[in-house]
Every structure is written in C-alpha cells, then in structure tokens.
Design a protein around this ligand. Structure first.
Ligand code: MN
Ligand code: MN
Length: 461
C-alpha cells in the first residue's frame, strides 16, 4: 500500500480520446478569451453560449419547474444562471462562482489632453498590476460610452490584426538613469501612464489642434463630445491574442485568464451537466461576477444583494414562497472558482513547494487564501474539504492542495468570504496560473480541462 502522497501530472494519465477533448476545449476557451476582454464582453459571450443551449432570461418566466434553465444579467456586467433540480431548494444549492473582471487600465473621467506633439488619454489602473508590464505593449480599447441623448455606444478597437492599436510609451534606457534608481513599485508613476491616441492637427482649430482633431474623429465616428467621456467606462487591455505556448503546445498564454478560465469552465460545466444528465438532483447556480479585483465592492460585485434577489426569484418562481433564503444558503455547497498561483520555476523561493501548485498537475483546492495569520481568509472547515476531496476522488479529478505562497510573501483574496458570510459551505477551487495579473498569463491546458471536469463533477452531485 502506498501511504505517501505524491503529485502526478495529468498528461501521462490521459488516453488518446481524452487528449483530443483537451484540445477541443482549449480551442474554444482561447476563443472565449479573445472575445471576452472586459466584463461587458464576457457577459455578452456568456449569454450567447447560454441561449444557444436553451437558457432563458428569468425575467420572461412566470414559473419554474424541474430542469428549467435560466439566467439573469445584472447591469450588463455580471450574470447569474441556474438549472432547477428535482430536490427542494431548502436541501441546498450547488453553486459555482467565478469573476470576469481582470486587471487593466481604465480611462479617467476626463482623460483627453495634448502635450508636445501628441494627444493622450489619462488612465487609472484597475486591480493589482505591476505597472511596468503595461508599458510599450500594444493595447486595445473596449467599453461603453453614453451620449447626451442617453444612447449607449459600444467601443471595440484594436483586436483585429489590421486594426489600429494604442500604447503607453516607456522611457528609453538611454535617459532612464534616474528612473532606474527607483524601486520597482515606484519607477512607473501611475499619473504617467497616458495612452497615445493621436499626433496630427486640425488646422482650423484655434488651440490644442491635435486634441481638436481627435475630438473631431470621435464625433464623426461615434457622435460624442468630450464631456461624454464622463459617462463612459472605457478600458485598455492587451491587444494581442491568446494562443498556445511551448513547443509541445501544452500551455495557454493570454490576457485575463484570472478569472475567465474558471468563468468559462463554470459555464461549460453547467451547460454540459444538463446535456449529459437527464436528472439533476440539487439546483445548480453558476455566477460570473464583476469587481473581484478591487475587493468586491459595487452593485455588480459578489457583495451585491442582487444575488439574493436572484435566489428569491428562484424561490418565488418554483412556488416555494415559504422557504427561508438563509436556510437555503446554510445547506448549500459552493466552489469559489478562482485561479490559484503556480510555483514559478524561476522564483521557487516565494512558494512553499510542498503546499504549492505545480503546472499541469491538476486543479488547485485552496483551503484558505488571505495573508499572514490567515487574515481576511475564508478558511474552509475540514468536513467540507473532505466532502469536496471525496467527490473529486470518486470522479477521478486530478487536484492539488495549494496555498498562495510562503507566509509573509504577500497574499490575496477571492469571493469565497462573501458566500461564507451567508452560511454557504465554500472552498476556493480553480486553475493554477503563472504570471498572474500580467498582460500574458500562462496556464496548462490540462489543468484548464481538469477545471472543467471538476466543476462538472461538483454540479452532478
Ligand atoms: Mn481571481
Ligand atoms: Mn486576480
């Protein structure tokens, strides 16, 4: 009997047919990454996917019965979906929650200015970034802007290969003597992360001729004025495409894998569970939410009571008016579907290898996140960890028990604590990622596929 625990890689355990499925899943996932570079776009892609698979907008339903499939869009920026199971809601729900916002650069409310032969846009970074990684790379622009009539105009520039793009110029090495003396946290001043947007003049304008020319282009193309930036949400994200990494094509590189890898896997797991199983025991709930990267504040974040409103809708529409929402939560199980770290081969020293995730060895189960003395952590209890482990063991899911890194080296959080506060059993469970929060994050395509299989196994319980 082998008593010792050993991590094993996924690849060598897969047969030919399974390997084909990995590649098929990866291809569709890469496509999702390329289409969903903001939370707005992810919601659009999610709705397309759900509707194609028979899900309906819950606001159009007057009642719900077993196996009905519904979704709710929260202000275009987050989404909840459910499939009604055969057992009553108070027996608990199977919930998987991921987030679709990723670190990026947002435009300031009044961003446009002209200086030294160029027009630029002021930005403010969103989420935890290493600012220098965002300099001197091609950027795409996505978002929405409202004009004075209140009409919504979509902005999507820079994704096609023949499209224009934007960039923030970094200082040349030749003149960086002073800049290079500052520590890495400080050497890029966030007030100097302005995006180049133009450089030619409108000769008819009296002053600020380059800015005037940009305003003219924007007005011609989108029918907007400078003040309309104040009623917009426009983000700059890496313009390059997600693609396979490595001679063996074993990895996926791309922007926003935190946490669109778990978001996509959650949606697909829910869709395929109903396809593969005629009988759904517990009601399944999937959510892809916004604002995780800035602490889950705001009405499109996991903290929003809109989630409770959605569950209340399920209670009403399934004719279970007398059920207590908190009892439902108390009996519910959840996977907080967020990415985890991977031990970086070049920076082993920040990880406790024995409690770290190794690339290609499976989905990460993280008992707790937080930092230092488990501060801000939703620490899953042993009974629930055991429940999830057994479930994975029964379904041959390759998983590893990871922590974020060595104590005191940093830390992080997820949405787990928010559901835990409602009484839900919850544990963090997601794909290990290298170079997290960088413009080009890397995952193992085998870990990605295992994430999908793990979520499916969880929903099928
Ligand atoms: Mn995340
Ligand atoms: Mn993150």
């Amino acid at each position: 009997m082998d008593l010792k625990y050993e991590k094993k890689d996924i690849y060598t355990s897969l047969n030919k047919e399974e390997l084909k499925k990995v590649d098929e899943f990866s291809k569709n996932y890469i496509n999702f990454l390329n289409k969903g570079k903001t939370e707005y776009l992810c919601v659009e892609e999610a709705v397309k996917l759900l509707e194609k698979n028979g899900f309906e907008d819950i606001s159009k339903k007057e009642s719900l019965k077993k196996l009905d499939k519904v979704y709710f869009i929260n202000k275009d920026k987050s989404l909840y979906a459910a499939v009604i199971g055969k057992s009553s809601l108070d027996k608990g729900l199977n919930i998987i929650g991921a987030h679709i916002d990723s670190p990026r650069l947002d435009l300031k409310p009044m961003p446009l200015f002209e200086r030294q032969g160029a027009a630029l846009l002021k930005t403010q970074y969103y989420g935890g970034i290493k600012k220098y990684q965002w300099m001197s790379i091609p950027l795409a622009m996505h978002g929405v802007i409202y004009n004075e009539k209140g009409e919504k105009i979509k902005i999507d520039i820079g994704e096609e290969s023949d499209d224009i793009c934007f960039t923030i110029t970094d200082l040349l090495p030749h003149l960086s003597k002073d800049q290079m003396k500052a520590n890495a946290n400080e050497f890029i001043d966030p007030e100097k992360m302005s995006v180049l947007i133009g450089s030619i003049k409108d000769n008819k304008a009296k002053e600020e001729q380059i800015k005037a020319n940009i305003l003219k282009i924007l007005n011609d193309k989108y029918d907007i004025k400078e003040i309309d930036f104040a009623r917009s949400e426009i983000s700059l994200v890496p313009a390059f495409k997600a693609k396979y990494v490595g001679l063996d094509k074993s990895m996926i590189g791309g922007y926003g894998q935190d946490d669109r890898v778990c978001s996509y896997s959650t949606l697909l797991a829910m869709i395929d569970t109903v396809k593969e199983q005629k009988d759904i025991n517990k009601t399944m709930v999937a959510m892809i939410v916004d604002k995780e990267e800035i602490g889950s504040y705001g009405n499109t974040s996991m903290s929003s009571n809109t989630f409770d409103m959605f569950i209340n809708k399920l209670i009403k529409l399934t004719q279970n008016k007398d059920l207590d929402i908190f009892e439902i939560y108390y009996n519910s199980n959840m996977l907080s579907a967020d990415v985890s770290t991977c031990v970086d081969p070049d920076y082993e020293e920040v990880s406790d290898i024995q409690n770290g995730n190794i690339l290609g060895c499976g989905i990460a189960l993280e008992k707790y996140t937080g930092s230092g003395g488990k501060y801000n952590a939703s620490d899953a209890n042993a009974k629930y960890v055991s429940y999830v482990m057994q479930l994975f063991e029964r379904n041959n899911i390759k998983f590893q028990m990871g922590t974020l890194g060595k104590i005191g080296k940093g830390g992080g959080g997820t949405i787990a604590y928010i559901l835990a506060a409602k009484g839900v059993n919850v544990i963090d469970c997601g794909t290990p990622v290298l170079a997290m929060h960088s413009p080009f994050e890397v995952t193992s395509k085998y870990d990605v596929y295992m994430t999908y299989l793990a979520y499916k196994a969880f929903f099928k319980e």
